[in-house]
Every structure is written in structure tokens, then in C-alpha cells.
Design a protein around this ligand. Structure first.
Ligand SMILES: [Zn+2]
Length: 82
């Protein structure tokens, strides 16, 4: 798991302040990437300067939606064991 710090931004769904992104594959966040809130698990999208914006998950392909669900479930499991 690689974590990248970025300028603080708020989750568009719950308002939680997020200032880093973690990726099992080591990706660094860039504008256009999707993010999952560690607090409420809402999916949002990075815009300019890595500020998070609301994202409509209905735009996702079924395969991408399934992958997001897997990540959310993994996050929920890791939180339960924290
Ligand atoms: Zn949130």
C-alpha cells in the first residue's frame, strides 16, 4: 500500500477532510481519478489541484462499479479490524 499526501480537501458527501490517498497498486492521484472516502465510502473524483468533487456512480461501467464495490468492502473490513 502506497500513500500519497495532498492538499486537504473535503469529501463532497460527508465533509470529512481528506489529505492523502492510498493505493494498493502504488498509483498517485491525478485529476480525473476516482477516490473512495475512508469515512463514508462515497465515491468522488479528483479535479484540479486534487480537490474532490461529487461523482455519479451511475456513470461507471458494470465492471468498474464491481471493482469499486470490492475496494469499498476491503476498506470496511480493514476498518472493522483496526
Ligand atoms: Zn465521506
Amino acid at each position: 500500500m502506497k500513500t500519497t499526501r495532498h492538499k486537504p480537501t473535503s469529501c463532497p458527501e460527508c465533509g470529512y477532510t481528506l489529505d492523502s490517498a492510498s493505493s494498493p497498486a502504488g498509483f498517485k492521484p491525478k485529476p480525473g481519478d476516482l477516490a473512495i472516502c475512508i469515512e463514508c465510502y462515497a465515491v468522488s473524483q479528483y479535479g484540479d489541484e486534487l480537490a474532490l468533487h461529487a461523482f455519479d456512480t451511475a456513470l461507471l461501467s458494470p465492471a468498474d462499479a464491481a471493482e469499486i464495490r470490492r475496494h469499498v468492502e476491503a476498506l470496511q473490513r480493514s476498518k472493522q479490524h483496526a
